[in-house]
Write a protein that binds this ligand. Structure first.
Ligand code: 4AD
Ligand code: MG
Length: 445
């Protein structure tokens, strides 16, 4: 990078090259302390933190005397000599010669003492400068890259669906409505329906963008605006969903283990747990088999009911790694799922009581991170399903066309970015995995 845009991370990376050299670093006062003839500064510039040492006599007098005026988060330019220091976390320090203050910050509201999460959320625009938030959002950025690299390596085309939409994908109860000239539009719940059109045009595609759900749930897993990546494949069936999902999640974790060690350390993430996950296949069990496990663990639910958080946590605990659940009761799934008979051969209903869905449940209470399955590919059946779900055929005519002109078995899934980041980083709540979370009572800042 150009010399006047040098970052702390670049210096640390090429420490042998910079050792003994004079540089100017631009950033913010993260921390500081004085003890008589020597003063210490921790400078952060967004790429890393470096300790600066000011020694009376070696440092310009004006800087040494003016040091006490520097407040937390003041923006400054620091000129000094880099010194290799194996004992420092960064591997080097800077012996400060001169500090130029750009702005002396007012009293900063976030101090090193403990703050309540409500206060921190109100100050989210500042909170993101703190170590743990910084680390989690950097892991997010890496995951965003890994997602695109994975699909690019496999020849999937990125296919961007609209956000403003006239139809619902995941049921009408969680739609955000917005006026659209003389009509009404919804914010998309999922790019899937458009992704299916893309799959029949390009073979394999993925959509990737923000999606919206008017979720009234106040849990550690729910946002009203979240990012979802949704691959869709033509000529694919339910097992293809699980094969791709497993390869995808494994790829993301390997990428983070290779590129985010520093951040995971700040977050005190036990990475051995992640190492274990990339080592082997993910178990695959049917919904009916899951009910047996849940019963054994004292969490019996009647057939046909969806899992809640305690059930997902128990299933995660049973295996200690991500587990696919497939063949759900059709009654708890969206209209577009292809139905099937009992996976164990019971043959309950002539066109099936099961939906060919597959969800991936992450261990340790992070819940469902992938939801997907095989789509209904016959026009007559899909028309009936729309009616059963109270959806107007006229709104879905273009979607039905996909079954009229060269329909094939096809399948795909959606992976929620924030839940994935939460699980990889070990952060408890999804609100800390997106820069500005949107939740039922959170629209500011
Ligand atoms: O299971 P969902 O609702 O599936 C779909 O939307 C399908 N159309 C996807 C597809 O087959 N193309 O959502 C998929 C994933 C969930 O597993 C979860 O990770 C995430 O999206 N998700 C949420 N994340 C945060 N907050 C919410 N309110 C979420 N709802 C779903
Ligand atoms: Mg789901």
């Amino acid at each position: 990078m150009e010399n006047n845009r040098l970052t702390i991370a670049q210096v640390a990376k090429a420490v042998d090259q910079y050792d003994g050299k004079e540089v100017t670093l631009k950033g913010w006062v993260f921390n500081k302390r004085s003890s008589g003839k020597i003063k210490f500064l921790v400078l952060r510039d967004g790429s890393a933190h470096i300790q600066g040492v000011l020694v009376k006599g070696e440092c310009e007098d004006e800087t040494f005397e003016g040091f006490d005026r520097l407040t937390q988060e003041s923006s400054i330019k620091v000129t000094g000599k880099i010194r290799k220091e194996p004992k420092a976390r960064l591997g080097c320090e800077i012996t400060v010669m001169r500090i130029e203050a750009v702005q002396i910050a007012q009293e900063y509201p976030i101090t090193p003492k403990e703050h309540g999460v409500e206060f921190l959320m109100e100050n989210r625009h500042l909170w993101i400068r703190s170590n743990r938030q910084w680390a989690a959002l950097r892991v997010r950025s890496e995951i965003m890259w890994a997602i695109q690299a994975f699909f690019r390596e496999r020849g999937f085309i990125r296919f961007d669906p609209p956000i403003l939409s006239a139809t619902s994908c995941e049921g009408t109860s969680t739609l955000f409505t917005t006026p659209y000239f003389d009509e009404k539009a919804y914010l998309t719940q999922s790019g899937q329906l458009y992704g299916e059109a893309g799959a029949f045009a390009f073979g394999n595609i993925y959509t990737f963008g923000p999606t919206f759900r008017a979720e009234k749930s106040k849990t550690r897993k729910h946002l009203t605006e979240f990012w979802m990546v949704e691959p869709e494949m033509a000529f694919a069936e339910l097992p293809d969903v699980m094969d791709l999902g497993e390869a995808f999640v494994t790829y993301i974790i390997k990428h983070c283990l290779a590129n985010c060690q520093k951040e995971l350390k700040i977050l005190e993430r036990d990475t051995s747990e992640l190492e274990k996950i990339v080592a082997g296949p993910f178990p695959r069990i049917s919904y009916d088999e899951a009910l047996v496990i849940l019963k054994k663990r004292g969490l019996e639910i009647p057939w046909g009911e969806d899992f809640g958080a305690p059930h997902e946590t128990a299933l995660g605990e049973e295996f200690g790694k991500p587990v696919f659940i497939h063949h759900f009761p059709a009654q708890i799934k969206a209209f577009y799922f292809k139905h099937a008979d009992d996976p164990n051969g019971g043959g309950i209903d002539k066109d099936g009581k099961y939906a060919l869905g597959a969800d991936l449940i992450a261990p340790f209470g992070y819940g469902e991170i992938i939801g997907g399955g095989q789509r209904e590919d016959k026009v007559e059946i899909l028309e009936r399903r729309l009616a059963e779900h109270g959806l107007k055929k006229a709104d879905y005519n273009w979607y039905l066309d996909l079954r009229r002109f060269g329909s094939t078995p096809h399948a795909g899934f959606g992976l929620g970015v924030e839940r994935t980041v939460a699980w990889v980083t070990g952060v408890e709540h999804v609100r800390e995995t997106i820069p500005f979370p949107r939740m039922i009572n959170t629209i500011k800042p």
